[in-house]
Design a protein. Structure first.
Length: 401
């Protein structure tokens, strides 16, 4: 009887310990699901003017490269945190790392547990103001951004960075820079860039020997010289722009010093390649999501920016990989919903899925503009004919025609 009581108590103790362990694991899982999605800190810490490298600028002078850093407060016990590096805009001529949107992004993401860096980079356009001059300005900027990425990989433990989760974000010229870092290879460098003067793709701005690869890109009203730089298997891409932007194209209807392919084109290209992507357009908004002259109020512009930041946060969360927790359950691109719908449809005897997207794309994966009305959204008469032909055979088979 005494032995039975001892065994019973031992089993009860083991069960209690297992229950405590399960509760602890559940609490950890709940915390893991909450962090990065919701605010987990009321305040953040910040550091300014951290040197991350140096390089020769357009004046032939050695320029020190600096960044600002936003991070969770020192009470944070996590030491392996995703990093977002923001690159400001300004036409490669002006502005700096203390821009309004970078500060807002740093504070918002810092409260969710991310680390955010906003970098300065070499500015300046040669007086000849040619496409070549803008290409070389982008080239210098992307070299500096690569230096910043390498800096954080080199100092990952110092700043509590997960070196396998580094994302780039940029606005305007900063977005052009981020896109070039993520997708332009050494053999794709525009031929008019003087590599003998400026060096190779990575440059020599510091922290050589470390990778400058990124796990995702935020393109805010930027564009690319060549959308074909983006290839199957490349980093996920989030895009946003104003549809009344007269500075940088959101489509490909004009160019900014040969940077021709804007957010919509890049989004469509990523869809075609199966790259996780997103596209958030803003109607009646210009460059930087500002109001069209004579329309809207300051509150309208602020609302757009707040909407953008919230959307960026949500999409970023879906791209994270953390401790076996799969965040990739929502917002991983419309093609995911297509696949889900098709899978469900195939399981039902009375449902059929018809894919028509490819019928509206040209040979290189770009939208066939002649199929849409002037708003570039709704089909015109020719577009409806293409749509009809795409579903005709399937409809005939359904009704036994």
């Amino acid at each position: 009887m005494k032995k039975q009581i001892i065994y019973f108590n031992l089993i009860l103790l083991i069960l209690m310990q297992l229950d405590v362990l399960a509760q602890n694991n559940m609490q950890k899982d709940n915390a893991a699901l909450k962090r990065y999605k919701n605010d987990v800190f009321a305040n953040i810490d910040s550091l300014i003017d951290i040197p991350y490298g140096e390089a020769i600028n357009i004046k032939g002078e050695k320029e020190k490269l600096l960044l600002n850093l936003f991070m969770p407060p020192s009470v944070d016990t996590v030491t392996n945190r995703p990093l977002v590096i923001f690159i400001h805009g300004g036409g490669f001529r002006n502005n700096n790392k203390s821009s309004s949107i970078s500060n807002k992004l740093g504070i918002r993401l810092g409260k969710k547990g991310f680390v955010v860096a906003s970098i300065d980079y070499r500015l300046g356009i040669a007086t000849t103001n040619t496409n070549k001059d803008y290409h070389e300005a982008m080239y210098r900027a992307q070299q500096d951004a690569r230096s910043a990425i390498r800096f954080f990989r080199k100092n990952a433990s110092k700043y509590g960075i997960d070196e396998n989760q580094i994302f780039l974000a940029g606005s305007s010229a900063g977005a052009m820079t981020a896109l070039s870092v993520a997708y332009m290879d050494q053999d794709e460098i525009p031929s008019d860039i003087d590599q003998s003067k400026w060096g190779n793709l990575d440059g020599n701005g510091g922290s050589e020997g470390y990778s400058s690869k990124v796990q995702g890109v935020f393109n805010l009203w930027g564009s690319m010289i060549d959308y074909k730089w983006i290839k199957k298997g490349d980093a996920p891409l989030y895009n946003s722009a104003g549809l009344a932007d007269l500075t940088v194209p959101y489509d490909s209807s004009y160019d900014y010093h040969s940077f021709k392919y804007g957010s919509l084109i890049l989004y469509q290209h990523c869809l075609r390649l199966g790259i996780p992507t997103a596209w958030l357009p803003f109607y009646n908004a210009g460059h930087t999501l500002n109001n069209i002259p004579g329309q809207g109020t300051a509150a309208d512009s602020k609302l757009r920016q707040d909407t953008l930041l919230l959307s960026m946060e949500h999409w970023l969360f879906t791209q994270l990989k953390r401790n076996g927790v799969d965040n990739n359950i929502t917002m991983n691109g419309p093609w995911k919903y297509d696949a889900d719908i098709e899978q469900f449809s195939n399981s039902q005897s009375n449902l059929i899925t018809i894919r028509i997207q490819d019928h509206f794309l040209g040979e290189v994966g770009m939208t066939r503009k002649n199929l849409y009305k002037d708003d570039k959204l709704h089909d015109n008469e020719q577009g409806y004919k293409v749509w009809g032909n795409a579903i005709k055979n399937q409809v005939k088979s359904i009704i036994n025609y």
